[in-house]
Ligand binder design. Structure first.
Ligand SMILES: Cc1cc2nc3c(=O)[nH]c(=O)nc-3n(C[C@H](O)[C@H](O)[C@H](O)COP(=O)(O)O)c2cc1C
Length: 208
């Protein structure tokens, strides 16, 4: 079983990567294969509603082949679950995350439906709740089971890598990974435990 993780941050090795990498490492410790793709700073177009992806019912690709969308689309076909990560920009997911996910789901929805998905949002201070819900809205109308954690999948940090110091955020990522591997194993009839692994709660308050 394989989970595809995609970071929509333009900042390679930044906080979105840090959070997703915590999910990735934990999935691997649970015996799940992973691939983490960072979109980086290259542009990703938005959907132009041309309908070209649906003209040939067997194609399942966006007409624009000049960015990473179709590469991810191909990877999605062999993935069993997904984690999409985005930095919060002005209280919502960044434009790259929205553009990519909308084109993926519209052009190749069959590669996503009935596969578990989670989103991860990273911010300095505020707006992550709205960004989180906005991301889930896209998956919720595509028959994708949403995997949850012990809290919303949010990590806090501003400068590159600061999110690693958000100890509760990192625990939320590990719990998410355990829940996702558990769900995948249940779906595929490979679960060896009734419930997923769970760490003792390790809260981190803003004022300390
Ligand atoms: C254009 C822009 C808008 C941002 N808007 C917000 C915001 O609304 N709320 C917030 O808490 N942080 C905001 N931030 C800060 C980033 O979310 C934060 O630095 C995050 O850690 C970046 O993740 P990355 O390292 O993966 O790129 C913004 C950053 C940029 C560049």
């Amino acid at each position: 079983m394989k989970v595809l993780l995609v970071s929509a941050s333009p900042r390679r090795g930044g906080n979105t990567f840090t959070a997703l990498n915590e999910v990735k490492k934990t999935l691997e410790s649970d015996g799940i294969d992973t691939e983490l793709v960072e979109l980086g700073a290259k542009p990703v177009r938005g959907c132009i509603a041309c309908g070209g992806c649906r003209r040939d019912p067997d194609k399942h690709r966006c007409v624009f082949d000049d960015d990473i969308c179709n590469t991810i689309s191909e990877k999605a076909e062999t993935a069993d679950a997904f984690v999409f990560g985005t930095p919060v920009y002005y209280g919502v997911p960044n434009a790259t995350a929205m553009a990519l996910i909308q084109r993926l789901l519209y052009s190749n929805g069959g590669a996503f439906q009935y596969k578990p998905v989670a989103n991860v949002c990273v911010c300095r201070r505020g707006g992550a709740d709205v960004a989180y819900q906005t991301m889930n809205m896209m998956f919720e109308m595509c028959n994708m089971p949403i995997v949850t954690s012990q809290y919303w999948n949010i990590a806090y940090g501003r400068e590159k890598g600061e999110a690693a110091s958000d100890t509760e955020g990192m625990q939320t990522m590990r719990t998410l990974a355990h829940n996702m591997s558990w769900m995948l194993k249940k779906i595929h009839g490979l679960a060896t435990t009734d419930l997923p692994e769970k760490e003792p709660w390790s809260p981190m308050n803003f004022i300390r």
